[in-house]
Ligand binder design. Structure first.
Ligand SMILES: NC(=O)c1ccc[n+]([C@@H]2O[C@H](COP(=O)([O-])OP(=O)(O)OC[C@H]3O[C@@H](n4cnc5c(N)ncnc54)[C@H](OP(=O)(O)O)[C@@H]3O)[C@@H](O)[C@H]2O)c1
Length: 293
C-alpha cells in the first residue's frame, strides 16, 4: 500500500475530485480527514471508506474554507483524531461562467476568496500539525489548480484569475518552507465530470468524451503523496500532458515503454513539446508506466 499509516486531509472532499482522491488515499492505507460545508456528503464519503474494510481511520469536520476559524478548527479536530499530518490536498473550489462586464462583483470576490484565500487558509491552519524537518519523509501540500492557468477561458475571468493566483501562492510557499521539508505541488486538470462543470448532470454517463472522470486524476495525487515524490517540489502536473503520455504509451512498442529511461527518448522524438513539459517529472511517468502494466 502506497500511503500506509500516513494521514492526509482533503478539502472539498464531499464530492467530485476531492471525494475520488479521498477514497483512493484510503484504499492505499491512509487515514483521512474530510472537510467541506455539506455534512451529508462528507458522511457518505466516510461510509464508503469504512465499507472498503481497509481499517483506516476517517475524521469528518465541516468547514467553509473562506472562514479561517472554521478551517483552523477542522485541522485541530483532524490532529486530535488522526495525529500528525503528512499531506494536505487543498482542493475546495468554485466557479461561475458569465460575461465579465455583467459579472456580479461580489461573485468575483467570492470565487477569489474560495479558490485563493481558501488555499492559503488551509495551509496556515494545517501548518502546526504538518510533519516537518524530515528530509527523507517530507510532508506534502498539494493544490488542485486548473488548466485555465496557461489556457485562460472567456467568461471565466474570475476563475482563471484565481487559478493563476494559486500558482504564485505555491511558488512563494515552496521557497519559504523548503528548509522545513514541506513539498508543494499542483495538479492542473482540464475538464472533469463533476458538479462544478456539469451541474446536476455530473456522473450521468453522458459526459463528452474529452471530459475526464474524477477517478482518472487519482494517480497524480497518489504519486505526489507517496514516498516516490519525496524530491518532487514546486511541480505543476498538467493532466492533459499525462493524457497524451498515456496515449503514446498505449501505442509505443513494448521495448520503448519498459521504464522512463527507455521511454524518454521515444517521447522526445514523438511529442517534443510534452517531453519538454514533463522531462523533470520522470518519476511520475515511471509511476504511470507501472500502474498501466
Ligand atoms: N471539474 C472540473 O472541470 C475542474 C477542472 C479543473 C480544476 N478543477 C478544480 O477541482 C477542484 C474540485 O472541484 P470539483 O470539480 O470536484 O467540483 P465539485 O464537485 O463542485 O466539488 C467542490 C468541492 O469543494 C467544496 N467547496 C466549495 N466551496 C467551498 C467552501 N467555501 N468551503 C469548503 N468547501 C467548499 C464543495 O463542498 P461544499 O459545497 O459542500 O462546501 C465540494 O466538496 C476545484 O478546485 C476546481 O477548481 C475542476
Amino acid at each position: 500500500m502506497l500511503l500506509k499509516g500516513k494521514t492526509i486531509v482533503i478539502t472539498g472532499s464531499g464530492r467530485g475530485i476531492g471525494k475520488s482522491v479521498a477514497i483512493a488515499c484510503a484504499k492505499e492505507g491512509a487515514n483521512v480527514g474530510l472537510t467541506a460545508r455539506t455534512l451529508d456528503e462528507l458522511n457518505e464519503v466516510k461510509d464508503e471508506i469504512i465499507n472498503l474494510g481497509t481499517g483506516v481511520r476517517v475524521s469528518v469536520k465541516t468547514s467553509d474554507v473562506t472562514k479561517y476559524e472554521e478551517i483552523e478548527n477542522a485541522f485541530k479536530v483532524f490532529h486530535e483524531d488522526l495525529g500528525e499530518i503528512n499531506g494536505v490536498i487543498a482542493n475546495a473550489g468554485y466557479s461561475r461562467m458569465w460575461n465579465s462586464h455583467e459579472f456580479d462583483s461580489n461573485k468575483f470576490s467570492e470565487i477569489m476568496t474560495i479558490n485563493v484565500s481558501g488555499v492559503f487558509f488551509a495551509f496556515k491552519a494545517a501548518y502546526p500539525y504538518l510533519k516537518k524537518d524530515d528530509k527523507n519523509n517530507k510532508s506534502r501540500f498539494i493544490i488542485t489548480g486548473s488548466a485555465a492557468y496557461t489556457s485562460p477561458m472567456p467568461k471565466l475571468a474570475a476563475y482563471t484569475a484565481s487559478k493563476f493566483a494559486v500558482v504564485g501562492l505555491q511558488n512563494a510557499l515552496a521557497l519559504e518552507y523548503k528548509k522545513e521539508n514541506i513539498n508543494f505541488n499542483m495538479v492542473l486538470p482540464t475538464q472533469v465530470d463533476t458538479r462544478m462543470l456539469r451541474g446536476r448532470k455530473a456522473g450521468d454517463g453522458n459526459k463528452p468524451p474529452n471530459v475526464l472522470n474524477a477517478q482518472e486524476l487519482n494517480d497524480y495525487y497518489l504519486f505526489l503523496l507517496s514516498d516516490k515524490a519525496n524530491k518532487t517540489d514546486n511541480a505543476l502536473i498538467f493532466t492533459n500532458d499525462f493524457g497524451e503520455i498515456r496515449n503514446l504509451l498505449s501505442k509505443a512498442p513494448p521495448v520503448k515503454r519498459e521504464n522512463w529511461e527507455v521511454f524518454k527518448p521515444y517521447l522526445e522524438e514523438n511529442a517534443p513539446k510534452i517531453y519538454s513539459n514533463v522531462r523533470k517529472l520522470g518519476k511520475l511517468v515511471e509511476f504511470i508506466i507501472n500502474t498501466i502494466e
